[in-house]
Design a protein around this ligand. Sequence first.
Ligand code: NAD
Ligand code: IPM
Ligand code: MN
Length: 358
Amino acid sequence: MKLAVLPGDGIGPEIVAQAVKVLEVLNKDGMKIEMEHAPIGGAGYDAARDPLPEATLKLARAADAVLLGAVGGPQYDTLDRPLRPERGLLRIRKELNLFANLRPALLYPELASASTLKPEVVAGLDIMIVRELTGDVYFGQPRGIEMRPGPDGRAERVGFNTMIYSESEIRRVAHVAFGIAMKRGKRLCSVEKANVLECSELWREVVLEVARDYPEVELSSMYVDNAAMQLVRNPKQFDVIVTGNIFGDILSDQASMLSGSIGMLPSASLDENNKGMYEPIHGSAPDIAGKDIANPLATILSVAMMYRYTFADAATADRIENAVKKVIAQGYRTADIYTEGCKKVSCNQMGDAVVAAM
Ligand code: NAD
Ligand code: IPM
Ligand code: MN
């Protein structure tokens, strides 16, 4: 198996290095994973004036899976939009057709006190957010900033984007979400804004059509504003959530705090054949980059998802997840999940602890 390793920017290289340690241990015991590193995001721009250099895309295409850290940083925020790190990430998702983004929010019992919500609200939390990843306002045309006549007749700047989904795009991600619900609690909540947006109205209709193929799954629909409220009021009412690109982006960051920290949430981005890219849901965290204090567990847990979904090796996925459970039970905490009485560790020390627990 071939793995493209794309550390990216900010804390990306620090957290990916910990995941690579885990992969090296696994390489000693079982299936051999050949790793090759390449730049993406700001690192791609620095190396090749392109946030997704041709060679990186070629490597990712040829690989069985991709492991990504994070991209972005303030030094790149004034570049032309096509040159920005975020565009590199969006392009690789689109180029590899990674339309189904699985973002599980799970609370490890010992982290209940790290969440900002009351322990009884989050205890036992286990939600899967299925976020559509290659459509929506992220990719819709037309988009831009241009001059148009203002209220006083004088030209002014207007910014615009297009929220757009085709029924085939909705249908394929809905099938993924129903399939996942079938393997879990058989409850699916489709989140949109059908009271206001035509795009969401179509989303709701198509999800209802797909539901006919899954009579065992209990489907509900919820407006996104209510879903944001329900996620903090009573998050355990949810089993699987399926939603579009922008709503899923926002709701998954929100859900991450239920699990104690955004540094805990992994993700899998899959195409039709379960080829995938694996990355933590968080960003490059420029505020803590280079300090060896970032939480690498979301990235390590993304490696577990890689074994589960792309390599169909549930035993190895369990092995990684159990090692993470163990280090948390042992009291190891990076700064973001630290509470009194625990062992505060650096990013590197957390990686070493996971390796030791394996
Ligand atoms: P962020 O997720 O990078 O950081 C938000 C907050 O969470 C920060 O305070 C950060 O220190 C903290 N945090 C994030 N990951 C952490 C970890 N593993 N351990 C401990 N603390 C962690 O979001 P932001 O600040 O809005 O964005 C920063 C940059 O990252 C921007 O350039 C943005 O575009 C980019 N970004 C990239 C991705 C990605 O690559 N998938 C995702 C989100 C944001
Ligand atoms: C994420 C990030 C990206 C997104 C950005 C950096 C393009 O926030 O992976 O959640 O919005 O998808
Ligand atoms: Mn995001």
